[in-house]
Every structure is written in structure tokens, then in C-alpha cells.
Design a protein around this ligand. Structure first.
Ligand code: ASP
Ligand code: MG
Length: 451
């Protein structure tokens, strides 16, 4: 078995954390040229995969199997089952304003419990393994508690243990801040730990084991004929994650793309191939449309009768950004007699903050009023083939029209078209688009341009 074979060198970064112009730490993991990835495999198991003793043993077996197949293995685990939610509830029983630093001390424990238990299960199978917390594994973050960003990885302890033939378990979702405090990476952050470690170790692949067996053309709960995709590009996966697909956290896909780490999303309960998220290669099957996604939490805000003059939009959206509002789509209407309307979408739960922020601008900027509608949803079509195939938007709008669905806002990127529609129309809309673009059919390779 080949656990010792691959101590190939990678560029572990070292030295002080670099800051950007605004004084925020920036990521300094050097771009790996992916010339020759090591044979290291990073495996990530989500909370349901390690929920109880039996499942923990099953995960341990899967990890040992990968090692016996010749790979040095690093496994990243999430907190068991609903542990994170339970810990949050517990904190809220104590106080309704727990400090964020203490929340990170509390929540990071969930992942450490999983890492220790899986390690014990591997020991019981007669194999050598060691568990490490995020800080011990060299995951370094900024100082923002509860949604810290990884700024560097110094995986020396991980590589040393691998060189000793050990399986390494790493507690996901956490790191060490530049102030030496434990931080957490935001809900679902273990995916990011796994992909970031895979990047730092120049791993062959980052396998994300989860309770779904891959990425589908649409949410299978809504569309029974949804099809599992064999492959999807980082760009498409980023758009899918940003428009509502819950299977991978956005930041983890960003890491994968930046460092060229192939991500394999697969089932922790069945041993079947899942979906590969990779660079858009020559050989890659390229559908015009790869999937339909939706996000239900959108609200639409319209500010009416604003002066149409330079600097108004800048002041509005600067104020919103400073308040921490995540604005999505923005539309400015045609101006008449120097007066215009601006509409934008944002999360429903941010409406109160948005109102307060805009009201505070009243002395500086005159406008008539703010109207809000919180029963909106965003419907998106994603596909790398859109770049070269006109007519996708027309067909999308036509399909919605045939179903009597009104479009409130539209935005596009080169591989995505999003429409804001009423929330209750989502099931009909998603099914209609899935059908209109024939997404349940196995992809026919587009050979026309390839010879
Ligand atoms: N346990 C954390 C959460 O539930 C992190 C994770 O599962 O990835 O958000
Ligand atoms: Mg979780």
C-alpha cells in the first residue's frame, strides 16, 4: 500500500499574512500549477454521514478503503447531525446576545467531536490515524468571528502525519485567526475547509460525501425527472451555488476554481459515481443549459421618484453595502424629466435593515417612497453553452409566458439568465423550463465543432 510514496513537495506558504489596501488579510496560498497533483485524496463527510455510531464506522471504513487503494488520506468532517443547530439553541437559552468569539469556541466543538470519533473508529479497525482541530491543521483565517475567511494554510502537521503513514482527520468549519482565536467559517463551512486543504496539499481530488449523490439538473424534490450531471464546470457550479443550489457552498467552489482542485460530489451512503466539478475542458460534454435553480428568499425593493443625477445610485448602494446588505439584482428605470425609479432584490430577512438604511438617506437624497415585496423568488437557467448559442433567453421568457408567469426583473451573465418571479410560481416555472430545455434527456455530445 502506497501511503508513504507521495511526499512530493508542494509549496506550503509561510510568512506573515498579507494585507490588502483596506487592511484586510488576503489569501496568500500560492497558485498551484496543478502540473502533477499528488496522490493525496481529501474526503469530506457532512453531518448526516457521521450522525451516529454506525454511520461513523461506515465512514471510517470508506476512509480506510481509500488508503488501502494507495492514497494518503485527509478526511474533513462536519459536526454530527444537528449538533451545530443544537449548540446555537443552547447558547440562546443562556443569553440572546452571545458574543461571537464564544460562539466560535462553542460551535467549533461540534466538528472536533466528529473528528475524534471517526479517528477512534479507524483505530478500532487496526489503522493509524490522528485527529486535528482546524487550528492544529494550520487553517489560518481573518478575525471575523462566525464567518471567517481562510487567509492561509500551513499544513505542516498534516503532511508530517501523512508521511508517517497516518490517516489525518481534520475538524471542518474552523480555523485560527490572526489574533490566535478560534474562528468558524460560516454555515456549511466544512466544504470550504476540505477544498482549501486539498488546494494547499495539491491533492488529486477533493471528494465531498453528502446525503445527495451529486448535482442535478434541477431540485429533484421539485422535478422528479431531474437528472444527475456527470460533470459540470466550476463556472457553472459557481452560478448554481449563487442562484440557490444548496449542494456546495459558494466559497468552496471558488477555492476549487482558483486552485484547479477537481471536486467530486458523491453519496456517502451509496458507492456510485457522483458529479465531477472541474475546469471546462476540451473533452467536457457541453450542454447549452445544464440546470435550473431557484432561490426563494428574495425580496424586491423599489425606491420611487429619485433625482436622476450623477452620484445618486452610488450613495444608495454605498450606504447599503456599509450596512452589510447583500444586494443582488439592480434595475434603474427609464428616467422622465430628471426623475427615476430604482429597484433591487436582496434577502427577505434584510428588509428591516434596508428600510432603516434608506430612510436615513432622506436628508441627503429626495425620493417619494420605498415599496417592498417579499414574496419574490429568483429563477435561473445556467449553462456554459449559452455563450455560443443565441435564443436561450427568448425560449426561457416564452416558456414562462405560456405558463402565465410574469417576469418582474431580469439579469444575465454569459452563462446564466435569472428572472425574478412571484414565489408561488416557482414549482410550475422550474418544471416548465426543465421540460422546455429537455434537461432530463441524457446529453448528446456536440460533435459538430470538435473535428
Ligand atoms: N457544522 C457546520 C454547519 O452546520 C459546518 C458544516 O456542516 O459544514 O454549518
Ligand atoms: Mg452541517
Amino acid at each position: 500500500m502506497g501511503t508513504r510514496q507521495s511526499t512530493r513537495s508542494y509549496q506550503a506558504t509561510s510568512g506573515p499574512v498579507t494585507m490588502d489596501a483596506a487592511g484586510r488579510p488576503v489569501l496568500v496560498i500560492e497558485q498551484q500549477e496543478r502540473k502533477e497533483p499528488s496522490s493525496i485524496v481529501v474526503m469530506k463527510f457532512g453531518g448526516t454521514s457521521v450522525a451516529d455510531g454506525d454511520r461513523i464506522k461506515r465512514v471510517a471504513k470508506r476512509i480506510v478503503d481509500a488508503q488501502e487503494a494507495g492514497h494518503p488520506v485527509v478526511a474533513v468532517v462536519s459536526a454530527r447531525g444537528d449538533t451545530t443547530d443544537e449548540l446555537i439553541a443552547l447558547a440562546n437559552e443562556i443569553t440572546d446576545r452571545p458574543r461571537e468569539r464564544e460562539m466560535d469556541m462553542l460551535l467549533s466543538a461540534g466538528e472536533r467531536i466528529s473528528a475524534a470519533l471517526v479517528t477512534m473508529a479507524i483505530h478500532a479497525m487496526g489503522h493509524d490515524a490522528i485527529s486535528l482541530s482546524g487550528p492544529q491543521a494550520g487553517i489560518l483565517t481573518d478575525n471575523v468571528h462566525r464567518r471567517a475567511k481562510i487567509v492561509d494554510i500551513k499544513p505542516d502537521r498534516v503532511t508530517r502525519a501523512l508521511e508517517q503513514g497516518k490517516i489525518v482527520l481534520v475538524a471542518g468549519f474552523q480555523g485560527l485567526s490572526t489574533d490566535n482565536d478560534v474562528t468558524t467559517l460560516g454555515r456549511g463551512g466544512s466544504d470550504t475547509t476540505a477544498v482549501a486543504l486539498a488546494a494547499a496539499l495539491n491533492a488529486e481530488v477533493c471528494e465531498i460525501y453528502t446525503d445527495v449523490d451529486g448535482v442535478y439538473t434541477a431540485d429533484p424534490r421539485l422535478v422528479p425527472s431531474a437528472r444527475k450531471l456527470a460533470r459540470i464546470s466550476f463556472e457553472e457550479m459557481l452560478e448554481m451555488a449563487a442562484t440557490g443550489a444548496k449542494v456546495l457552498m459558494l466559497r468552496c467552489v471558488e477555492f476549487g476554481r482558483r486552485y484547479g482542485v477537481p471536486i467530486h460530489v458523491r453519496s456517502s451512503f451509496m458507492d456510485v459515481p457522483g458529479t465531477w466539478v472541474t475546469e471546462e475542458g476540451e473533452q467536457m460534454e457541453q450542454a447549452i443549459v445544464s440546470g435550473v435553480t431557484y432561490a426563494l428568499e428574495d425580496a424586491k425593493v423599489t425606491i420611487s421618484n429619485l433625482p436622476d443625477e450623477p452620484g445618486v445610485a452610488a450613495r444608495i448602494f454605498t450606504a447599503l453595502a456599509k450596512a452589510g446588505v447583500n444586494v443582488d439584482m439592480i434595475i434603474q428605470n427609464v428616467s422622465e424629466k430628471g426623475i427615476t425609479d430604482i429597484s433591487f432584490t436582496a434577502g427577505e430577512d434584510e428588509l428591516a435593515l434596508i428600510r432603516a438604511t434608506l430612510e436615513a438617506l432622506k436628508p441627503e437624497i429626495t425620493f417619494d417612497g420605498i415599496t417592498t415585496d417579499n414574496a419574490m423568488a429568483k429563477l435561473s437557467l445556467i449553462g456554459a453553452g449559452m455563450k455560443s448559442h443565441p435564443g436561450v433567453a427568448a425560449k426561457m421568457f416564452e416558456t414562462l409566458a405560456q405558463n402565465g408567469i410574469n417576469i418582474e426583473m431580469i439579469s444575465t451573465s454569459s452563462i446564466k439568465i435569472s428572472c425574478v418571479i412571484r414565489r408561488e410560481a416557482i414549482p410550475t416555472a422550474v418544471n416548465a423550463l426543465h421540460e422546455a430545455f429537455n434537461l432530463s434527456a441524457e446529453l448528446i455530445h456536440q460533435d459538430e465543432d470538435s473535428d
